[in-house]
Ligand binder design. Structure first.
Ligand SMILES: [Zn+2]
Ligand SMILES: [Zn+2]
Length: 374
């Protein structure tokens, strides 16, 4: 085997060439030495392979870095570039693969047409109650699914007759026109790009081999599920093609808001109004939880916006056992409508107040006083 030339030399680029420069050099050289332009020219063919091999390594940042570090021999344990990712003869896929490389691919190759293909996933959006997400629930989910037609066993042909290779495109699904570099591919209209035609289409599915059916899946939402989560029912999607695996059924959860509680992960938040006398004197109050209520003692002198944490009254961790807390934010309500008697009592209360009862206010007034004296 002849000693390989340096890949940078092959593409005629500098060792510091950018990815864009490498791509441009490769395209230019590949076009010049394309086998179509040099029929039966073994040298041109070898040159074309050399260019492709160099490009395959230099266009891949990881392979390029390895090449820069170890050279043609590759890292010791990898056995050189011939054995890893090199453009070996076996992967020389003929015109189609070269076409893909030159023009960015996109054209599905004819021989791939019968390869097993995974069925499509189906997504179902499921809106559930706040409590259902927190505690979990079971749901029956109706959805539509394309399935193999029973009448023709998915072949699309009457009496289960197998489809025939399309005579127009010879089964490739594409029509090629032009020559050399002016080749264009278009989808075969005779078979719609499938490469196969059905002589006597099945009456049930009109030859598609598929029918849409309503299905019901029973799904258990685990406790701790949250808004925006997607659960997967494996293999419940559409059937695969050519014995490929089924797709999945994806269940996207959206949770309705709660009248009282707000949720962040496993923590529940509750805003609870209390009276200004409860705040000043302290009180034992009933705090609602998702399961009922708990009794909680609010201390004397509780401020507006004070937070209380009720342990374990939050949400259970999804797929876990830990439980979050309920965080209660106190909102001190000042009464808006008072009768004369109430007002009188409050004036009386104010009269016997020294001002020291109001810590922040006192601090504030002291600062104002300092400011005015300065
Ligand atoms: Zn059918
Ligand atoms: Zn065709």
């Amino acid at each position: 085997m002849a000693k390989k030339r340096d890949y940078y030399e092959v593409l005629g680029v500098d060792k510091k060439a950018t990815a864009e420069e490498i791509k441009r050099a490769y395209r230019k050289l590949a076009k010049e030495s394309h086998p179509d332009l040099h029929p039966n020219d073994k040298t041109a063919e070898a040159r074309f392979r050399e260019i492709n091999e160099a490009n395959e390594v230099l266009s891949d940042p990881q392979k390029r870095a390895t090449y820069d570090q170890f050279g043609m021999d590759g890292p010791p344990q990898m056995g050189g570039f011939g054995g890893f990712g090199g453009f070996d003869a076996g992967s020389f896929g003929g015109f189609d693969s070269i076409f893909d490389q030159l023009f960015g691919g996109g054209a599905t190759r004819g021989q791939r047409r019968n390869a097993p293909m995974r069925g499509r996933d189906i997504q179902v959006n499921l809106r559930i109650e706040f409590e259902e997400a927190v505690f979990g629930t079971s749901k029956s989910i109706d959805f539509m699914r394309a399935e193999n037609c029973d009448t023709c066993k998915g072949t699309g042909g009457k009496d289960g007759s197998a489809p025939e290779t399309c005579s127009v495109c010879k089964g490739t699904g594409q029509i090629r026109s032009g020559s050399g570099f002016m080749v264009t591919l278009r989808t075969c209209t005779a078979c719609g790009g499938t490469g196969q035609t059905i002589k006597n289409p099945c009456d049930t599915c009109k030859g598609s081999g598929r029918v849409r059916r309503k299905r019901t899946a029973n799904f258990t939402i685990p406790p701790g599920a949250d808004d925006g989560q997607v659960f997967v029912m494996s293999g419940q999607g559409e059937p695969g093609l050519n014995n490929g695996p089924n797709g999945d059924l994806l269940i996207a959860i959206s949770v309705k808001p709660h009248k009282l509680f707000r949720r962040e992960g496993t923590t529940l938040y509750l805003e609870m109004p209390i009276s200004f006398t409860q705040a000043a004197l302290g009180a034992t109050v009933d705090i609602p939880t998702l399961k009922g209520k708990v009794s909680h003692k609010i201390p004397e002198g509780t401020q507006d916006g004070a937070l209380f944490r009720i342990r374990g009254e939050g949400v259970q961790q999804l797929h876990g056992t830990a439980r979050g807390d309920l965080v209660v934010r106190v909102k001190v309500e000042i009464p808006k409508k008072l009768n004369e008697k109430q007002k009188e009592l409050l004036r009386e209360f104010d009269k016997i107040s020294s001002g020291k009862e109001y810590e922040s206010r006192k601090g504030f007034l002291d600062k104002v006083k300092e400011l005015l004296q300065a």
